[in-house]
Every structure is written in structure tokens, then in C-alpha cells.
Design a protein around this ligand. Structure first.
Ligand code: SAM
Length: 311
């Protein structure tokens, strides 16, 4: 199957719901910061008029090519290759403060996860790569084979929320060098037995992927920068697929900072520049999950900018 075909196998998650929340002005400027195969972007464009603009960002060349193919020529649509953690730099200064909506559909696409040679999946043999783009410095091979015991244990514990992190880190170190996804899976399976084995494997792979791509740091960066780029009343729609990401989004949407505490002025008035408008998490319907099991873990939150952060 060609790369573009597998991209088009990716079912956009919470498609109608996210686009309904995102668009408040049909002539506005929008950013799809996780373009992937362009599933969300295509629907966004269908709701916009000819004066609008949509910028699609992805760090993965294959995603950008697939999105272009899916959307075709449309003068309102352009793409930027880059990491959304540096959003401010990717977007031209005249757009700062004028953006109506930013979409973050986090994590990896079906295409990335199912391509054995990208190294994300433990279901197929592949190299330990796991880079979403070719912009980052480290690969999964380096995390698995070069990190100290303590660093590896902490990655598995904090980013995978895996209870047996100490034992797994020791086993990985004993079995070095580990060169492939299946060998890494075997290492975890030597430690964890029984019905939770597969969950532990998934948690270790998740942890290493998050580490390789600095996913939590990039998410914190993009949320702060999104706030600067948005116009007043502009919206951020964030779809996350694991609890660490959702926690970061939740705190930021409630307070406008990463400490998760609402700052108050001298008189005790809240100073939060942003407020959550989705009333907590929006989840996919049972119908969507039955058609696309990958949507099961999705959690969407939506926030609206109410004032400039420094005001
Ligand atoms: C879940 S997919 C998006 C799918 C897309 N909404 C669609 O419907 O086709 C996430 C995409 O975001 C990209 N991505 C993840 N983190 C990124 C980052 N920090 N900077 C740029 N792109 C990122 C991935 O490469 C992937 O293509």
C-alpha cells in the first residue's frame, strides 16, 4: 500500500465535533497544527469562505505530501513543515494576534503507527526509530541503548506510567544492544507476565516515543504560543490520547499557565486569559468508536481566549 493510501486510512477523530467548535468566523485564519493526512483540514476548508486562510503544520514529510494530495489545489490552504513547539516562529508576524482557531489532534497518525520501518509499533519488526519527523536529534535506539539506568527507569515510570519500570530498565540494560521493536517487546515480556503484559509493552513504547519526540515539552510550548497567536475569542481545540497530555491541556485551559493555578489581581479578580468552553472532556460517541477503535482513548477539550496574557 502506498504511503498516501495509508494516510487516507486514518479516520479523523471527533471530526464534526472538533470542527464545529473550532470555527467561529468563516473568513478567519485557522491553523491545523497536526495536519497528518489532512482529514480535519479538509472539513475545515469546507466551512470557510474564499477570504479565509488555513495553515497546515506537520513535522513529517509523508504527512505533508498526503495532505496536499487529499486537499488538492486550494488558494486558501498552505502547509508548513515544522514542529508545533515552535509555532510562533512558523507563523508570519502579521498573523500574530489574528488567528481565529488552532487545532491540535495530538499523537501519531495511523500511517505512522502502522509503518514498521518508522519503529512505532511493537506488532511488527522494525528499527528502533520512533521519530515523527526527521527534525529531532535522538531516536528510540539511543534511548534504549544509551540512556543510563536511572534515566531509562524514569522515562518508563513517568512517561509510560509503568509500575515495573525498575525491573524493565534493568532487563533492557542486560539485553543491550537492542536493535529492533520486537527485541524491545521481548525484553518487556521477559519481565511482565500474565494478562497485563501487552499493556506494559504498550506503556514502554509510549514512554520512549514521548521521550524521543519531546512530546510533553512541545505540547506545553504550543499551548503558550497559541495563546499569543489567537485573536480575542479565538479558540484552541485539543484532542489528546493519553492522560499525561490531557492533564497538561486541562490545567492550561483552566488557568492559562502550566502550574494550573488561576492568578488573581490585587482585588482577587481572576486573571486567566483563557477559559475552557467545552465543559470538560468531549469523548467520541459509541458509534464512532465502533467504526474506529483507535478513537476510544480520545479526549477533546476546547478553550477560548478571553484576554491577552499580559493584560
Ligand atoms: C493524529 S495525527 C493527525 C491526523 C489529522 N488530524 C487527520 O485527520 O488526518 C497527528 C499528526 O501530528 C503530527 N505531529 C505530532 N506532533 C507534532 C509536532 N510537535 N509538530 C508537528 N507535527 C506534529 C504527526 O506527525 C501526525 O502527522
Amino acid at each position: 500500500m502506498s504511503s498516501n493510501e495509508t494516510y487516507h486510512n486514518h479516520h479523523p477523530v471527533l471530526l464534526e465535533e472538533s470542527v464545529d467548535y473550532l470555527i467561529t468566523d468563516s473568513s478567519g485564519i485557522y491553523i491545523d497544527a497536526t495536519l497528518g493526512g489532512g482529514g480535519h483540514s479538509r472539513l475545515i476548508l469546507s466551512h470557510l469562505d474564499q477570504k479565509a486562510q488555513l495553515l497546515g503544520i506537520d513535522q513529517d514529510d509523508e504527512a505533508l505530501a498526503a495532505a496536499h494530495k487529499r486537499i488538492g489545489t486550494d488558494k486558501r490552504f498552505s502547509t508548513i513543515k515544522g514542529n508545533f513547539g515552535y509555532l510562533r516562529r512558523l507563523i508570519s508576524p502579521e498573523m500574530h494576534g489574528n488567528v481565529s482557531g488552532i487545532l491540535l489532534d495530538l499523537g501519531v497518525s495511523t500511517h505512522q503507527i502502522t509503518s514498521a520501518e518508522r519503529g512505532f509499533t511493537f506488532q511488527k519488526e522494525g528499527p528502533l526509530d520512533m521519530r515523527m519527523g526527521n527534525l529531532q536529534g535522538i531516536t528510540a535506539y539511543q534511548v534504549v541503548n544509551e540512556y543510563s539506568y536511572k534515566k531509562l527507569r524514569d522515562v518508563i515510570y513517568h512517561l509510560g506510567e509503568e509500575r515495573l519500570s525498575r525491573q524493565i530498565a534493568h532487563k533492557i540494560i542486560d539485553l543491550r544492544p537492542i536493535k529492533t521493536t520486537t527485541k524491545l517487546r521481548d525484553a518487556v515480556e521477559e519481565v511482565v507476565k500474565g494478562q497485563y503484559q501487552i499493556k506494559s509493552v504498550a506503556r514502554v513504547f509510549q514512554a520512549i516515543r514521548i521521550e524521543v519526540n519531546s512530546e510533553l515539552e512541545m505540547l506545553r510550548n504550543v499551548l503558550e504560543q497559541a495563546l499569543e497567536l489567537l485573536a480575542i475569542n479565538g479558540r484552541i481545540v485539543a484532542i489528546s490520547y493519553q492522560s499525561l497530555e490531557d492533564r497538561i491541556v486541562k490545567h492550561f485551559f483552566r488557568t492559562g499557565n502550566h502550574e494550573g493555578k488561576i492568578k488573581k489581581d490585587f482585588y482577587g479578580h481572576p486573571l486567566n486569559p483563557i477559559e475552557e468552553i467545552s465543559g470538560g472532556i468531549v469523548r467520541p460517541s459509541e458509534d464512532e468508536i465502533s467504526q474506529n477503535p483507535a478513537a476510544r482513548s480520545a479526549k477533546m477539550r476546547v478553550a477560548q481566549k478571553i484576554k491577552d496574557p499580559e493584560a
